[in-house]
Ligand binder design. Structure first.
Ligand SMILES: CC(C)(COP(=O)(O)OP(=O)(O)OC[C@H]1O[C@@H](n2cnc3c(N)ncnc32)[C@H](O)[C@@H]1OP(=O)(O)O)[C@@H](O)C(=O)NCCC(=O)NCCS
Length: 186
């Protein structure tokens, strides 16, 4: 399979609301330490994402190696946003398997301290643009915790619509909370 990401993931600069510029680019192995600190910051923050235990450098190394291979094979599209040399956002589209090969799961996060600047919107538009150029992707889907109002607002602005509500799906801070599935069709 030819990776459209290789062509489309050419580095791109985008201007933010505060006038600064982020660089949107593909990840590299040299990003390992930064990416580990990045993901662990969400664990420390108890952000509404699936990972809740800090990752070691070794675990993240395995994950990043696998991701880079999946990017090369075309199964995953992944972009990082870099601001002043720091990774401040990561987004991905991961294709399903078997009869769900046409469905790509989208994920997004932005580092605390860099939010409400338009970074998630900019990097998401880029990955969705890539997803739409990838002819094998027919549906882009995401899962979001129902109380994550800010994220849901952003997803709606991007064109996602809620297709299902899964009751008591997530254990978060000692409570069972609901999750939405939101989709975007090509
Ligand atoms: C959700 C998240 C990705 C948004 O990133 P961001 O870069 O701040 O988003 P943007 O600046 O592009 O915001 C776009 C719009 O989304 C909405 N929005 C984003 N965050 C919001 C918040 N905390 N409260 C209310 N609205 C919010 C707003 O409408 C915003 O536009 P505005 O700033 O002009 O009002 C970021 O807060 C994050 O990473 N949170 C922790 C991890 C997470 O929850 N990821 C999603 C898991 S499903």
């Amino acid at each position: 399979m030819i990776c459209v990401c290789i062509k489309l993931c050419k580095p791109k600069r985008v201007k933010l609301k505060d006038g600064r510029t982020v660089l949107l680019r593909r990840p590299e192995m040299k990003d390992l330490r930064q990416m580990t600190d990045y993901i662990n910051s969400f664990v420390d923050e108890q952000a509404m994402i699936q990972i809740y235990k800090r990752l070691t450098l070794a675990t993240e190394r395995k994950w990043l190696r696998k991701m880079l291979a999946e990017i090369r094979s075309g199964r995953v599209h992944l972009i990082v946003a870099e601001l002043d040399g720091k990774i401040v956002s990561i987004t991905n589209l991961t294709k399903g398997e078997g009869r769900c090969e046409h469905v790509a799961e989208y994920g997004i996060s932005v580092l605390k301290g860099y939010r409400r600047l338009g970074i998630a919107t900019a990097i998401s538009k880029r990955i969705i643009e890539i997803g739409k150029k990838d002819r094998n992707i027919k549906v882009i889907t995401l899962q979001v915790y129902v109380p994550n109002k800010g994220a849901i607002r952003m997803y709606r602005k991007l064109g996602f619509r809620t297709v299902a509500r899964l009751p008591r799906r997530i254990s978060y801070k000692g409570k069972l909370i609901d999750e939405f599935i939101m989709d975007m069709k090509r």
